[in-house]
Write a protein that binds this ligand. Structure first.
Ligand SMILES: Cc1cc2nc3c(=O)[nH]c(=O)nc-3n(C[C@H](O)[C@H](O)[C@H](O)COP(=O)(O)OP(=O)(O)OC[C@H]3O[C@@H](n4cnc5c(N)ncnc54)[C@H](O)[C@@H]3O)c2cc1C
Length: 322
């Protein structure tokens, strides 16, 4: 059964975000030959729309207007609602990002429908869509079906694999829309980050309070260097961030970033449920902890019981000599 899907895309000066490319690829297979549209809002959206076609979009709606460049949730909701009325998709997909977290529920409310947040997979069948998301602080997963339409879902990074579809062409529809917002942004502080983004990294090395001090992160940095800083990024538990050992921007967990890497390595992290909420979607987890009863071992595919001061240097040497 064919399905029509609308992706609310995000982009920066370099192009479409990686997660938007993933959502388009996922939408393309979920649609079973139906339409896959994308909406891109803000200055430069028309130019960025072009690359959406290679990931499976057949139509791109753009509002290439500076007044939409800042994410103002009430204003963006009006724009996406306007495009919904034109396209009437069965499913609206958003990133589980600052934009998606705010816009997803607003849209569902506006459309008198339902939203599933923080999904790690979406399936399609004759009855509609099923959304799977972590629950109980990341210790279990629940699958929901929708009894309302359109289905709205925010999806974690890396839940789908971004793949080009061998198509470069599609229709760009530029929309003229005036919408006001009750929100005004007074100031913006950008956190300077170098290298690979934590949420994009295929390998996340995460340090916890058991490191004993900020110098423990130097050892983790050394491990990241031998793996390759184009593959490995460093995260931290909240306890380590609260102690000022690592920047809060790299905190993983319920109140930090949600990461979904191919490999997550928890180094001297206990694995509290609030921490696991941010990493339980990882494809594989390795736990390094001196306490064999540490909760992290329950989620880990591989575990190393030992002092990280011995285990991490041994890993570094093993990788160097491999
Ligand atoms: C509302 C709320 C939201 C929260 N949000 C988050 C969140 O987003 N992210 C988050 O991380 N936490 C969050 N927390 C805090 C969470 O509950 C834990 O307190 C925190 O994750 C603990 O961090 P930790 O595992 O680094 O430290 P600890 O619990 O102190 O664990 C340290 C671990 O290191 C091991 N260890 C010690 N020394 C060594 C060594 N030499 N070698 C190897 N292992 C060693 C210990 O055995 C232990 O398992 C939240 C809590 C609340 C209440």
């Amino acid at each position: 059964m064919t399905k029509n899907i609308l992706v609310v895309g995000e982009f920066n000066q370099d192009g479409l975000s990686e997660t938007t490319a993933e959502l388009l690829t996922g939408a393309s297979s979920l649609s079973s030959g139906g339409s896959v549209s994308i909406v891109l809002l803000g200055a430069g959206s028309q130019e960025k729309a072009q690359s959406s076609f290679s990931y499976g979009a057949t139509k791109a709606y753009t509002i290439d207007n500076e007044s939409f460049s800042e994410f103002l949730p009430d204003k963006w909701a009006i724009a996406v609602n306007d495009i919904y009325e034109k396209e009437k998709p069965d499913l609206i997909l958003l990133e589980q990002s600052t934009v998606g977290r705010d816009l997803g529920p607003r849209l569902a409310f506006k459309l008198n429908s339902a939203v599933a947040m923080d999904c790690v997979s979406i399936e399609s069948d004759d009855a509609g869509f099923k959304a799977t998301r972590p629950c109980f602080g990341g210790n279990a997963r629940a699958t929901y079906s929708y009894s309302a339409s359109p289905a709205v879902a925010t999806v974690r990074a890396k839940s789908f694999e971004a793949k080009t579809q061998g198509n470069e062409n599609g229709e760009v529809v530029q929309i003229d829309l005036a919408a006001d917002s009750k929100v005004s942004v007074i100031n913006r502080e950008e956190v300077a980050t170098e290298g690979l983004k934590l949420t994009d990294a295929p390998i996340v090395l995460c340090g916890g309070r058991g490191l004993g001090g900020p110098e423990g992160f130097d050892m983790i940095q050394e491990l990241a260097n031998v793996i390759g800083t184009d593959k490995a990024a460093i995260g931290s538990s909240r306890a380590a961030c609260d102690l000022g050992w690592y920047p809060v921007a790299n905190q993983v967990g319920l109140t930090g970033k949600v990461v979904n890497p191919d490999l997550y390595v928890g180094i001297a992290v206990s694995g509290a449920s609030q921490h696991m909420a941010g990493c339980s979607g990882s494809k594989s987890i390795i736990a390094i902890n001196k306490d064999p009863e540490a909760n992290m071992f329950k989620s880990a595919r591989w575990g190393i019981v030992g002092d990280y001061k011995e285990v991490v240097p041994a890993l570094i040497e093993a990788i160097k000599s491999s």
